[in-house]
Design a protein around this ligand. Structure first.
Ligand code: ZN
Length: 256
């Protein structure tokens, strides 16, 4: 009871700081609060540790890189946290460990994505685009770099590792499955980014961007599937991370 009150207070203070630092819009801060509360209710400390690790480490890394990005909105919170929430709800409904691990795997995939792009941006060379097979500028989806891939491994393992450290429910198999899934989720993101993601063109400066608004004007659909926005790519790769965990559980069920 006391530990829950302390956890709730720390989480609320953390959200307050995030909001004051303008990392999240007000609505997104509230969404993150609801997300955290539901994940705690459905998965306990294990899922909460994974979610907080994703939240804190990805926010800190983006801050360190001093990206003058716009505030994250509720859609972005939902895209990154929605798949985890879905697996957490399934776990609370049927108590199958695979769904609990999948929830952590979804968070690991989201974290691996963020870490790959932030670490790649900071330490990597110009990344290699998987479709055009050319080196491109930093900041676009669909490209890989050595530093970014190491970042993906680090980000995925950190989420699994913190859950492992916090909760005795997290066993060795879960840790391995979650780490593999996180990295797979990051590669799903890269391939969707290269082959399917919507790319827009700015009608003012003519440059290509994933943003809906550039130079104060609404951008024009240039390539990719029209509904495959950056949020859709993030949600699908996080969901993919969870599904990889489930597949690994099914394989292990038949092989032991
Ligand atoms: Zn522009």
């Amino acid at each position: 009871m006391w530990s829950e009150a302390v956890l709730g207070l720390v989480f609320a203070l953390f959200l307050l700081v995030i909001w004051r630092k303008r990392s999240l819009t007000l609505a997104a801060t509230v969404s993150a609060g609801v997300l955290g509360t539901l994940v705690y209710t459905w998965t306990g400390w294990l899922g909460t540790a994974a979610l907080l690790t994703f939240f804190v480490s990805s926010t800190a890394l983006s801050r360190l890189n001093k990206q003058e990005k716009e505030q994250r909105d509720s859609w972005q919170v939902g895209a990154n946290g929605g798949p985890m929430l879905m697996f957490a709800a399934l776990f609370s409904a049927v108590s199958w460990e695979g769904f609990l691990a999948a929830a952590v795997g979804a968070a690991a995939a989201s974290n691996a994505d963020t870490w790959a792009s932030e670490v790649g941006r900071r330490f990597g060379d110009r990344p290699f685009h998987v479709r055009s097979r050319k080196r491109i500028e930093n900041g676009f989806s669909g490209a890989v770099s050595g530093a970014g891939t190491l970042g993906a491994f680090g980000g995925a393992f950190l989420v699994g590792g913190s859950a492992y450290f916090i909760s005795s429910e997290m066993n060795d198999f879960m840790l391995i499955a979650v780490s593999i899934a996180g990295v797979c989720g990051c590669f799903i993101d890269t391939f969707l980014g290269a082959y399917a993601e919507r790319l827009n063109r700015c009608s003012v400066c003519g440059s290509y961007t994933e943003d809906e608004v550039h130079h104060g004007r609404k951008t024009i659909h240039a390539s990719g599937i029209s509904w495959m926005t950056n949020n859709a790519v993030n949600a699908l790769s996080s969901f993919g991370g969870g599904m990889v965990v489930i597949v690994l559980y099914i394989i292990s069920f038949f092989s032991f």
